[in-house]
Structure formats: C-alpha cells, structure tokens
Design a protein around this ligand. Structure first.
Ligand SMILES: [Zn+2]
Length: 113
C-alpha cells in the first residue's frame, strides 16, 4: 500500500494549496519522484483517483516526473549517474557512495481553476 499512502499525502498537499488559493478545483498535480522511490505512476494515479473522490482534487491529473539517481563517490568525490542500481564509482570502482539525487518525493506544481 505504498502508493496509497503517497496518494493520500499528495491529496492533502493539493487540497491545502487549493483552499489557500480559493480554487474551485485542482486540475493538475505535478510531482517529482526519485527513481529510488520506485513509484509506479499508474498505481499512484489509480489510488489518487480513489482517495480524491468528492474532494476539491477529484478528477485531477497526476503527472509524475522521474528523477534519475545520482551519487557521489566517498573515495574520489566523483559524481555520476547510477544506472541499473549499480552503486559503483565508474572512476575508482569504490562501492562506498552517497546518494545525492533520486530519493526525492515532492509536489512540484499544482494547477487550479
Ligand atoms: Zn570513486
């Protein structure tokens, strides 16, 4: 039920934002989701439609922008994109790396009417 609890959080943010702007409805919600969050956009939209029924955000479109994983090597400080979840520095082959992008999960933009 990973996606369902995320859908509920997004809905709370969207409704709060809609109310603050005296919106009649929320049309589109754009979220940024790091690849490490393993979000399935179709599932997220499905749960969102379900939890948003009879709210300001009913029928709103969810757009998910996936953020690729980026890491920094702790040994040589090389910054690289992580492909296929291989957390290995391409420069010095060290495995001790910090994830610097790819974990985010945030509402980026909301369109209201
Ligand atoms: Zn390195």
């Amino acid at each position: 039920m990973h996606e369902r609890s995320i859908a509920e959080s997004i809905l709370r943010i969207a409704i709060a934002e809609g109310l603050r702007n005296q919106a009649r409805s929320v049309k589109t919600i754009r979220i940024r989701a790091g690849e490490l969050r393993a979000i399935v956009p179709e599932q997220l939209s499905f749960f969102f439609d379900f939890v948003a029924r009879d709210t300001l955000a009913a029928g709103a479109t969810l757009e998910v922008e996936k953020v690729p994983i980026k890491a920094r090597c702790k040994t040589c400080e090389h910054v690289f994109m992580v492909q296929n979840f291989q957390f290995l520095c391409p420069q010095c082959k060290a495995k001790d790396v910090d994830t610097i992008e790819g974990l985010e999960l945030m509402v980026n933009e909301i369109e209201i009417a």
